[in-house]
Design a protein around this ligand. Structure first.
Ligand code: XIL
Length: 471
């Protein structure tokens, strides 16, 4: 596809009225600015059309203005990165990483061990041969994660390994990895990925987790596996709920909240990794303002949950514009994204903004320890100060913290930079465990059991939130 110059001019002119550029005109913040202030990442994929230079110019303009985390729709999958045995192709992945660097966007890597989009040579050469398959998967993970070491912040190490039965279990058919190796391919994949990049966050990612934690559900199955992985020292740090849903799935945001709480107990982050909220394709052309408002309401509920749960870090939507979406191409669904086919922001966009604005930065906890969240417009730094006894230092919101700092030793929380401060301590599920005033430079947190908490200190307009460990 080529774009005539005049068409670009008209299209960009129209987009100027849209959300992508509102910050330049009406000083409205962008999604990424609000996400950054909250220590969170909100983003979307780069569609395959972007990699092929076959997409409207508005796409990239909006993408880099509005979002601070990115995923490749197909270009980092096995068949794309290792099309022939031990012959790697990183051209497209590198293109994305360069783009992300230039625009200060975090990169999620998707996906290492998955039954789908595996290069054909794997099955045709090695189906059923355990040792060979282990060697192939190990080499793939080492080479791909190694190539992107330090540049890809987080990997979907294993994708969709659970079946769709009522009583969830591993996907035992249609997976070259499971059929040839058995369930240990999952554990190994995490270990190899960690070795190749010890600083990368490592996720298990799957769909239908938003159906809830009932007995036998996929979600419950993942919780059990994460327990086992943690117990056995398997280096998993996050779970991704893909969350491809439909407009009728009204209970899913609260199911995701319950999931976040379950993983908080296990010390694991929950990310929304592939959200779309589609309408049945047959309704295309018949959708009303009320339908779009309902879609917006669901998006907003997901954003509310995301901002309220302290162990959620990334909110990724599986596409930017309804003009380019796997929903229409493969799912019998349509119009599930934030921008319409003309790149105009939909009510869903506004709903997300409302949610962000209603959750001030001081109340949102970032689950990341040493990650700098910056954007091209505002490059204020972050505070990575040592937090004394704590094992984890949580990034502070620069600008808001002022000169406040804190550290914990045993059960004493020391606060510097303010004569008097209000102190709140929450458990990892957001429940208040302490609330009081600090007037002597420290407060005693006696009676709080050992564990991980979030402490929030406020003095005047300054506010600082950190994860602390009470030992
Ligand atoms: C989809 C892509 O959007 C399509 O272009 C491709 O043809 C198939 O895969 N779960 C995942 C994603 O983990 O990788 C899938 O992406 C969507 C479902």
């Amino acid at each position: 596809m080529t774009f005539k110059k005049s068409a670009i001019g008209i299209a960009l002119g129209a987009t100027l009225l849209g959300a992508g550029f509102t910050s330049a005109i009406a000083a409205e913040p962008t999604i990424r600015e609000l996400a950054k202030e909250r220590g969170r990442f909100i983003g979307t994929i780069l569609n395959s059309e972007w990699f092929n230079d076959d997409i409207e110019p508005e796409f990239e303009e909006i993408h880099k203005t509005q979002f601070n985390v990115v995923v490749a729709e197909n270009e980092m999958k096995f068949d794309a990165t290792e099309p022939a045995e031990n012959e790697f192709n990183f051209t497209k992945g590198d293109k994305m990483v360069e783009y992300a660097k230039a625009n200060k966007i975090r990169v999620r890597g998707h996906a290492l061990a998955w039954h789908s989009q595996v290069a054909a040579w794997v099955s045709s050469n090695y189906a059923g041969q355990k040792e060979k398959l282990l060697a192939v998967l190990k080499n793939h993970i080492e080479k791909v994660v190694g190539h992107y070491k330090g540049q890809v912040a987080e990997w979907d190490v294993v994708n969709e390994a659970i079946n769709d039965e009522y009583n969830a279990d591993w996907r035992s058919s249609g997976s070259v990895w499971y059929e040839g190796i058995g369930a240990e391919f999952l554990d190994s994949a995490f270990v190899w990925a960690h070795k190749a990049d010890p600083n990368a966050e490592l996720c298990y990612n799957d769909y239908s987790l938003e159906w809830g934690l009932r007995e036998g559900s996929k979600a419950s199955f993942v919780v059990e596996q994460v327990k086992r992985w943690k117990k056995n020292g398997i280096p998993i740090t996050c779970v991704g709920t893909q969350t491809h849903i439909e407009i009728a799935h009204e209970t899913t945001p609260q199911n995701v909240r319950a999931l976040a709480k379950a993983f908080a107990e296990l010390g694991v982050t929950l990310n929304i990794t592939e959200l779309d909220i589609g309408f049945p394709k047959g309704e295309s052309g018949k959708l009303t303002a009320a339908d779009y408002a309902k879609q917006g309401h669901l998006y907003r509920q997901f954003m509310d949950v995301f901002l309220e749960e302290p162990n959620m870090g990334e909110f990724v939507i599986w596409g930017l514009t309804d003009a380019h979406s796997w929903l229409d191409e493969q799912q019998g669904k349509t119009e599930g994204l934030l921008y319409d086919k003309q790149y105009k922001p939909k009510p869903a966009y506004d709903s997300i903004m409302v949610s962000l604005k209603e959750h001030p930065a001081a109340n949102v906890v970032s689950p990341y320890s040493d990650i700098e969240i910056v954007d091209p417009i505002d490059t204020t730094g972050t505070d990575s100060t040592d937090v004394g006894d704590s094992t984890i230092a949580v990034r502070t919101v620069a600008g808001l913290a002022g000169s406040l700092s804190m550290h914990v030793s045993g059960h004493t929380l020391f606060i510097a930079g303010a004569k008097a401060a209000k102190v709140d301590v929450f458990d990892m599920q957001g429940r208040s465990v302490f609330s009081g005033k600090c007037e002597k430079g420290f407060v005693e947190l006696n009676g709080i059991p050992e564990g991980l908490y979030v402490a929030r200190v406020r003095s005047g307009s300054a506010s600082l939130a950190k994860r602390i460990a009470i030992k």
